[in-house]
Design a protein around this ligand. Structure first.
Ligand SMILES: [Fe+2]
Length: 136
C-alpha cells in the first residue's frame, strides 16, 4: 500500500480529534508495512489487536465529545463507528492484509472529510457561542 499522507481536508479543526486522526493515519501506515513483511503469526495478530484497540479508543473518545457537546446526530454517527468495527473484525480474519488496508484508507478519508468535519464544525460553533456569551 502506498503511504497515506496527511491532507488539510482531514482537519476537523478540533485539536483532540485531529491529534487522534494523525496518530490513526500513522498507525495505518506503520501496520500496513509491518504486516506485509512479518513472518511471525503471533506478532501479526498483536499488530491487528493494536489497530482494533486504537480504533475503539478513538471512537469512544469521539462519541464522548459528541455527548459533551450534545451533538444532534450522535446516534447515527455512533452507528457508523459500530459498522466500521464490525467490518474491521471480519476483514481481519482474511489471509491477506492488502484489502483490509485499502478498505481502511478509503474509510478514513471518507469519514474524516465528511462525518468528522461535521462534528468539528458543531464543536467549534459551540465554543464560539460560549465565547460570545461570556463577552457580554
Ligand atoms: Fe467519527
Amino acid at each position: 500500500m502506498s503511504e497515506l499522507v496527511w491532507n488539510a481536508a482531514y482537519d476537523s479543526g478540533v485539536e483532540e480529534i485531529d491529534l487522534q486522526h494523525r496518530y490513526f493515519l500513522a498507525l495505518i501506515n506503520r501496520l500496513s508495512s509491518e504486516l506485509a513483511s512479518c513472518a511471525d503469526a503471533n506478532y501479526r495478530q498483536r499488530l491487528l489487536n493494536e489497530l482494533a484497540k486504537y480504533a475503539i479508543f478513538h471512537f469512544v473518545s469521539e462519541e464522548n465529545m459528541m455527548i459533551k457537546f450534545a451533538y444532534p446526530d450522535a446516534d447515527r454517527h455512533r452507528m457508523l463507528h459500530i459498522e466500521l468495527i464490525d467490518q474491521l473484525s471480519s476483514r481481519m480474519q482474511a489471509k491477506t492484509y492488502a484489502p483490509l488496508f485499502v478498505f481502511l484508507v478509503d474509510w478514513f478519508i471518507q469519514h474524516t472529510t465528511t462525518e468528522d468535519r461535521l462534528i468539528g464544525e458543531f464543536v467549534r460553533n459551540h465554543a464560539a457561542t460560549r465565547e460570545l456569551a461570556s463577552d457580554s
